[in-house]
Design a protein. Structure first.
Length: 411
């Protein structure tokens, strides 16, 4: 089957959640279908590396260079009332590029990632599916609650515009994907919306690389350190929790691991046994050598890949309910759930003091992830959703297209 797979960011390197989803899906889909990738890129230096990594899985790749900041597109929001992040990707030039590609490839289905590029495909009549990943309006609403007065107004307005636009996207596309039920409940509860949880690239074979890594007296938080909810969570931990842990356990380090730490995070490096690493090639090393993972998220939406990765590595983990919203069946036996500052401190102290409890969380948390989450499951669900979209449009399902192709080849 021919698939046009379109992303608003280049899937490789997979530094952010949407990039990771695309990268892992493409590696599997490319073995099953004829995959044509279109990605927007704002740094041309990313193109050679991405082409080398993704090329083996794609029939063809088209990179569209896009300088995200365009004053004229920013002003569009003042009169078309579409979100700023949508207007930044929308232009007649980009619409024409998509029209040409659609005519050239003639795909059986179009798969888009994020609402940012939905406007470019609003009018096409072939089956189309959008992976919204999470409810951006909910994410921005939560962020606005903790911003200064000026930014609160700006972000609240964008959140409102996004909310309105998300509903239009749901109506316009054949099928819509999200990664968590919490995000779905914040939107129109529509039969088109399907929850398709992420998988994890961390397997037992992956972990075998780190079997000789020695445990340290260390607590770790990892994630993209430009992402506001991650920054907020780390600052909350450092100000409210770490002073007590550091005083009681002076030999412990706190690792903040992740790409592009903002200045507020960079300044923490070297203070009170805090280590800010910046980008690391292999997160598995830090998740394997740390004694505890802590993820006290106060805002954010969707499914947290950092939780998937920590638990898959067998890392005893302390997390807030919000950080776990993408894991509806997870239990207090799998992860230490902390609702507030006091519970977080209590859970960390308990894990530090009791090796038996650490081992229990390590085993059960890892087992939970391996039993429920994989990219194979994710892609199989995706193919079922594509079939539903094709049936909505009255065209052949995936299985019929594949069988028809095989019949034509044999003839």
């Amino acid at each position: 089957m021919k698939i046009l797979y379109v992303t608003s960011r280049v899937p490789y390197p997979p530094h952010k959640g949407d990039q990771l989803i695309a990268y892992e899906q493409i590696k599997i889909l490319g073995k099953r279908h004829d995959l044509y990738l279109v990605s927007f890129v704002n740094n041309k230096e990313d193109i050679p590396l991405a082409k080398a990594e993704l090329g083996p899985y794609c029939k063809d790749i088209h990179f569209i260079y896009e300088n995200k900041f365009s004053l004229s597109r920013v002003f569009k929001t003042l009169y078309n009332f579409k979100p700023l992040q949508v207007n930044l990707f929308t232009s007649n030039k980009n619409k024409e590029k998509m029209r040409i590609l659609l005519n050239k490839i003639n795909p059986d289905i179009v798969h888009l990632q994020t609402i940012r590029i939905a406007e470019l495909f609003k009018s096409i009549k072939i089956p189309k599916v959008i992976d919204m990943i999470d409810a951006i309006s909910l994410n921005m609403k939560r962020r606005a609650e903790n911003e200064s007065i000026l930014f609160k107004q700006v972000i609240s307005l964008e959140s409102y515009l996004v909310k309105e636009y998300e509903q239009k996207v749901i109506r316009n596309f054949d099928e819509v994907l999200l990664v968590s039920e919490k995000d779905k409940s914040s939107l129109e509860n529509n039969e088109k919306i399907t929850i398709n949880p992420n998988g994890t690239y961390i397997t037992k074979d992956f972990l075998a690389r780190y079997k000789d890594v020695k445990k340290e007296e260390a607590i770790v938080f990892h994630g993209n350190m430009q992402y506001y909810p991650n920054v907020e969570a780390v600052l909350f931990f450092v100000k409210q929790i770490w002073p007590q842990i550091n005083k009681k356990y002076p030999g412990f380090k706190f690792y903040i691991v992740g790409k592009d730490p903002v200045k507020k995070i960079q300044k923490l490096n070297g203070m009170n046994n805090i280590v800010v690493t910046g980008f690391v090639e292999e997160i598995g090393e830090y998740l394997s050598k740390a004694m505890i993972g802590v993820y006290p998220l106060q805002s954010g939406t969707g499914m947290q890949n950092k939780i998937l990765e920590a638990l898959a590595c067998g890392l005893p983990t302390v997390a807030t309910p919000l950080a776990l919203q993408g894991f509806p069946t997870i239990s207090p036996n799998d992860v230490a759930i902390a609702h507030n500052k006091e519970e977080t401190i209590k859970m960390i102290e308990r894990l530090i003091d009791n090796e038996v409890i650490r081992n229990k969380y390590s085993k059960l948390g890892q087992q939970f992830i391996f039993n429920h989450y994989s990219w194979d499951k994710n892609v199989t669900n995706l193919e079922k959703i594509w079939s539903k979209a094709m049936e909505r449009e009255g065209v052949k399902s995936i299985s019929e297209v594949v069988n028809s192709s095989q019949l034509n080849v044999s003839n």
